[in-house]
Unconditional design. Structure first.
Length: 164
């Protein structure tokens, strides 16, 4: 039987996850990425937006993943000699981790790059013998307890702060 895990008894905490990976590309494609000469447009900018949208929609793609309030997403894309390295950082205050959100955002970013450069990557048979998405991993998963900070005196002006 499939079911979502019951997290109702968990306390809210600051959750941070970082997922990383890379897409291996041909040297000619990398050169075109650097010069922003990809036919479909700016592949890295498109991948960044795609990653953010994916993070926000993770439960729609991963059935047992809890919908969480996403407080921040950071996408880091860097062109390397043999392709593009990507990292997606997700931050949330909630009852469950955000590593699946980071992994999904990362995966969609890398798939978006593949889509943007596929005309450059195809060989004479229409296949992609050099293109490879690899090294996908969760680099960091962190949670920090929160405490109420009552520095503000007005009603409703309390904010959650990580304990130091």
């Amino acid at each position: 039987m499939q079911r979502m895990v019951d997290i109702s008894d968990k306390e809210k905490t600051l959750r941070i996850a970082v997922a990383s990976g890379r897409i291996r590309l041909k040297a000619g494609t990398v050169a075109k990425l650097r010069k922003k000469e990809i036919k479909k447009g700016d592949a890295l900018a498109c991948a960044e937006v795609a990653a953010i949208l994916a993070v926000k929609n993770t439960p729609g793609a991963i059935p047992m993943c809890h919908p969480v309030s996403i407080d921040a997403v950071e996408v880091d894309l860097s062109i390397e000699e043999e392709g593009v390295r990507a990292a997606v950082t997700v931050k949330s205050v909630g009852k469950t981790g955000v590593e699946m959100d980071a992994l999904y955002g990362l995966s969609v970013a890398l798939l978006t790059i593949w889509d943007m450069v596929k005309s450059e990557e195809k060989d004479e048979t229409g296949n992609y013998p050099h293109t490879c998405i690899e090294e996908i991993m969760v680099e960091k998963k962190e949670k920090q307890a929160l405490s109420l900070d009552s520095r503000s005196t007005g009603p409703g002006n309390k904010f959650l702060q990580p304990r130091l």
